[in-house]
Ligand binder design. Structure first.
Ligand code: 5GP
Ligand code: ZN
Length: 112
């Protein structure tokens, strides 16, 4: 997807503060952090929404979640909130699915 900002980050065309990378996923610091720790994990392959992953692509979730403890260890954070915003009403602004890892502070519930 040539106009997708996260595809460009995955391709190294736009710089990001990378925390973890393997063949399938990239984890990088959010440019506008909402907590002391705010990392995004993306699949390198373009998938628009986490609530509408094609069945044949579901293995990517395993890769994304396998990266979570690696990010936690690298950034030395204990408790985290993991978030997928799916669609405009849920606050999704970038339509390349991404898992937010937020930590370093106490979070309220319910979320806003
Ligand atoms: P969403 O609102 O779609 O759930 O989350 C998109 C996130 O991507 C936002 O938290 C936003 O700050 C982050 N973001 C948008 N553009 C960039 C960028 O170019 N670089 C980085 N590192 N984060 C970005
Ligand atoms: Zn993309």
């Amino acid at each position: 997807m040539p106009e997708c900002i996260f595809c460009k980050i995955a391709a190294g065309e736009i710089k990001a503060d990378v925390v973890y990378e393997d063949d399938y996923v990239l984890a990088f610091k959010d440019i506008n952090p909402q907590a002391p720790i705010h990392v995004l994990i993306i699949p390198k392959k373009h998938i628009e929404r986490a609530d509408d992953i094609p069945v044949e692509e579901l293995d990517v979730l395993k890769k994304m979640f396998a990266a979570v403890p690696k990010v936690k260890e690298k950034l030395d954070v204990d408790d985290v909130r993991l978030v997928f915003n799916c669609g405009p009403k849920a606050g999704q602004t970038v339509y390349h699915m991404h898992l937010h890892i937020l930590g370093g502070r106490v979070f309220g519930w319910p979320p806003g």
